[in-house]
Design a protein around this ligand. Structure first.
Ligand code: CP
Length: 303
């Protein structure tokens, strides 16, 4: 398949191939000359219908490090605002001889829909609350880098699981690699389907942390909340906010992750986010190498 639409479409060996390829590219981007000429004949469009800092810049850098030609498109400044449809927009971009489209969209399934209707390789950069496959890949890559392996590790994902594409892609990726996954958060922000995926729900953060090797802290996605929900931010901080005091009381070391953007002082304090067990900026660094690997492997099927 010429697309990366979600982790659920991958096999474990695909993930291992992406990681081995990313290992090579991580070495490349740490050299004085950070570029390779591999994709000089490939043109990629990054089309973003939702805001992004890390994913958009990381994809752009990954593509430039591979020497691809890159165009970037923000829906907010485009003719989408005049009523142009998604398919018309993308077909017009493809008419300019573009080979691959990286898309972020607010609708779950948007990347899959596009893959069925246009002739280009599609990479899902986040589709609503559905999947964010490259985020899950870079998260697992960062666990592998810090702990040597993902298999056998215990990972808790804490926070707003209901609105999180990061949570769903991580559940698929971690389980595929043999990790055990639990989620922890307020009942109103835990979707009913998680238990059917073999994921245990923890309502107590301390107990979740006592169990895990890795804690992936998610933010409350206020922009996706369309109902009044419990708890309030103050109550959330009290029950689910990760503090240094709580970590110190555990007598064990936990790898701390966060996909960003962080709401400092809500799901995580600055002391923890910037502390020695945090791999938050390693995740961002690894995102470039992992996305280089994904694009390189997909492009090799186009050529
Ligand atoms: N982690 C992540 O997707 O961040 P952005 O929304 O800034 O791309």
């Amino acid at each position: 398949v010429n697309h990366l639409l979600g982790i659920k479409y991958l096999k474990e060996e695909d993930i291992q191939l992406i990681f081995e390829t990313a290992d090579h590219f991580k070495e490349v981007i740490n050299r004085p000359i950070k570029k390779v000429p591999s994709l000089r004949d490939i043109t990629i469009a990054n089309i973003f219908f939702e805001n992004s800092t890390r994913t958009k810049l990381s994809f752009e850098l990954a593509q430039k490090r591979l020497s691809a030609d890159v165009i970037s498109f923000s829906a907010a400044q485009s003719s989408v605002k005049k009523g142009e449809t998604l398919i018309d927009t993308v077909n017009n971009i493809l008419a300019m001889k573009v080979d691959m489209v990286v898309m972020r969209h607010s609708h779950p399934g948007a990347a899959y829909f596009l893959s069925q209707h246009v002739k280009a390789s599609i990479v899902n950069a986040g589709d609503g609350a559905h999947e964010h496959p490259t985020q899950a890949l870079l998260d697992s890559y960062s666990i592998r880098e810090r702990l040597g392996d993902v298999a056998g590790k215990k990972v808790v994902i804490v926070g707003d699981i209901l609105h999180s594409r990061v949570a769903l892609s991580n559940i698929f990726a971690l389980q595929m690699q043999g990790a055990e996954v639990r989620v922890c958060g307020p009942k109103t922000l835990i979707p009913k389907y998680v238990e059917s995926l073999g994921v245990k729900v923890e309502s107590n953060l301390r107990q979740a942390l006592e169990w895990c090797d890795v804690a992936n802290m998610l933010r409350i996605q206020n922009e996706r909340l369309d109902v009044t929900y419990f708890p309030s931010t103050r109550e959330y901080v009290q029950q689910f906010g990760l503090t240094q005091e709580l970590l110190n009381s555990l007598n064990k070391e936990i790898v701390i992750m966060h996909p960003g953007p962080i709401n400092r002082g809500v799901e995580i304090t600055s002391e923890v986010a910037d502390g020695p067990h945090s791999v938050i900026l390693d995740q961002v660094e690894n995102g470039v190498a992992v996305r280089m690997a994904v694009i390189y492997l997909l492009a090799s099927k186009i050529k």
